[in-house]
Design a protein around this ligand. Structure first.
Ligand SMILES: [Zn+2]
Length: 275
């Protein structure tokens, strides 16, 4: 197996703090609140537990979500496939595996976005599985207490993804839907993983731990990532995202949901490769 040099560049915490101060001063000087919101804020609409409960009605348009950042993931109204936003462009991977760029008017029931600017960049060798890659990402954080946006680009020996079929009302819970999910296996593929690694404190709101969606460089496939093996020339970029903002749906259905239960086990079952 070819040996690749692993390079690691991590800004020390004090440098990051100095960077925050510098950024804040620059923002005050230029009075650019849009940039402030887009840079280091995770902005999400609805909660992951509402999605688990079957709240698939749109709560924000894709256009509004895109205005809050150029990087993110989520799903579409009626759970019509997997969604990712990368370099400001949004892609839907539907349950047939087809990729399209939805219109800005498309309603989304759950989406999380940020402005992506890498704070940490490193390359990883070929042959790493999902668990090892995740461990490398975790080791590159200054602390597990922060949300990080994570972008992984390059070649992959394999990527296993899933997508979910569009639902009709009354909407079943996500745990029921994933029983009918489509599985896609990509071999010797090039593309990008768009995701987040979140602390345990997001429980109920977002996905604690790692959550990635994949898009091929050819823009002809992808989905919610269930597993992978890295290939040559894989680069990992992390963006520390210390700000957090959330907008809840204001409607009777959301108001009537029972969001008091701990759904950690259910979430793990729908997000991970259990089939
Ligand atoms: Zn997903």
């Amino acid at each position: 197996m070819p040996v690749m040099q692993t390079r690691l560049r991590i800004r020390p915490a004090m440098t990051l703090l100095a960077g925050f101060v510098t950024t804040a001063a620059a923002l005050l000087a230029t009075a650019s609140p849009v940039r402030a919101a887009a840079n280091d804020e995770l902005r999400q609409w609805s909660t992951i537990d509402a999605l688990l409960k079957g709240h698939y009605d749109g709560v924000v348009t894709l256009g509004e979500a895109r205005s809050a950042g150029d990087f993110g993931l989520g799903t579409l109204e009626a759970l019509d496939g997997e969604l990712l936003i990368v370099d400001g462009r949004a892609y839907q991977i539907d349950s047939t595996g087809a990729v399209r760029e939805p219109a800005d008017a498309t309603p989304l029931p759950f989406v999380a976005v940020t402005g992506f600017e890498a704070d940490v960049v490193f390359d990883v060798p070929a042959g790493l599985d999902m668990a090892v890659l995740q461990a490398r990402v975790e080791a590159a954080r200054v602390s597990p207490n922060y949300v990080y946006a994570v972008r992984v680009t390059g070649a992959f020996a394999s990527v296993k993804t899933r997508s979910v079929p569009r639902q009709t009302k009354p909407y079943p819970p996500l745990a029921e839907v994933v029983k009918t999910q489509s599985i896609f296996n990509f071999a010797d593929t090039r593309g990008v993983l768009v995701g987040f690694v979140c602390p345990g404190w997001v429980r109920g709101l977002n996905v604690p731990g790692h959550h990635y969606h994949y898009l091929t460089d050819a823009r002809d496939g992808g989905g919610h990532v269930l597993g992978l093996v890295t290939g040559e020339g894989v680069r990992v970029e992390l963006d520390l995202t210390p700000d957090f903002a959330m907008r809840l749906p204001v409607n009777a259905d959301f108001g009537a949901l029972d969001l008091t239960e701990d759904r950690a086990a259910e979430l793990h079952a729908v997000e991970s490769d259990r089939r």
